[in-house]
Structures are given as structure tokens and as C-alpha cells.
Write a protein that binds this ligand. Sequence first.
Ligand code: PRP
Ligand code: MG
Length: 179
Amino acid sequence: MQNDIQEVLITEEELQQKIKELGRTLSEEYAGRTPLVICVLKGAFIFMADLVKAITVPVEMDFMAVSSYGASTKSSGVVKIIKDLDVSVEGRDILIVEDIIDSGLTLSYLIELLRNRNAASINVVTLFDKPSGRTVNLEASYTGFVLPDEFVVGYGLDYAERYRNLPYVGVLKPEIYSN
Ligand SMILES: O=P(O)(O)OC[C@H]1O[C@H](OP(=O)(O)OP(=O)(O)O)[C@H](O)[C@@H]1O
Ligand SMILES: [Mg+2]
């Protein structure tokens, strides 16, 4: 697996330090409240696990699985809900946890959905942002790292379901991609 990586963009130490900072900021933002933290599966599962450990206010958690990339490096443009939330978001302070915002399609779809379900407030924390990929106008409330215009893997992010378990973020060798 490590042999498929051309370049490490963000090391494990850099990731962990940034997540601790985000946890401190979010603990201040939500002081006195109990947000419902929503993990966007699958990509955000590792970030979610580390982030909630760095948040010191009480939180509730739920999980939603959506997919639009499949085995490609380009968004299909269609956001498919694979698993919906278990709990109601009505009147709740929502913190959406994403691994990456690229085209912005996944998040714009989710935000619209949660607004229609009458959430009290919606914030987004994303570990990575790739502004060059944007096709819809969308900004996260909190961002870890801004990435260059390259398809990245690791720390939850996959190519064709592989490489999620790398503890760092990197770029694959070009011969690995089949498109
Ligand atoms: O801004 P966008 O262009 O919509 O891209 C971002 C989304 O794409 C990836 O999910 P994917 O559809 O690959 O599902 P996965 O999390 O199961 O890998 C990623 O985890 C984000 O959720
Ligand atoms: Mg994916």
C-alpha cells in the first residue's frame, strides 16, 4: 500500500495537531450547548473519531452514509444516500463533519436536506478543502487544510475503497489510477 504513494502531502503529526486545534475551537463555539455531530460516511469516520475526542463539551453523534465518487476520481454529480440519520435534527445545533470538500455537491445536498428538516443551526467542519474543484459556491465554517488540485488518499479518503487506512494524506502514483 505504501509503495503506491507518490508523495505525502500531510503527515500524521500535522493531522493530529490540527485536529486538536479544531477541537479546542469547536469546544469554545459550542460552550453551553450540546450539538448533534453528524459524520458523513465513509470518508469522515477517522477524522470524526479523532475530532470528538478533542471536543470537551457534551456532544451527541449520528452517522449518515452518502456517496458520489464510486471508483472514480471525478464526482458522478449524483449524491446517493446510502444510510440516513437515526435521529431527528429538528431544533438541533448540527455540526457536519466532512473529510473533504471538493466540488461541494455532497455538502450542498446535505445542508439543504438538514435545513428542510428544520435544524436550528448548521455548521460544517472539514479537514480538507480543495477550492479548485468547486462547482457550487460553498464554504465550510471550519477548515483544517487547503489542498492543491490533486486527488488525494489516506486518513479516511479512498480511491476505489482503498487507502482509507493510511495514517497520513498523500497522492497516488499516476499508474494506480485507471481513469
Ligand atoms: O465535494 P464533493 O465533490 O462532493 O466531494 C466530497 C465528498 O466525496 C467523498 O465521498 P465519496 O462520495 O467518495 O464517498 P465515501 O466518503 O464513502 O468515499 C468525500 O468523502 C466527501 O464526502
Ligand atoms: Mg470516496
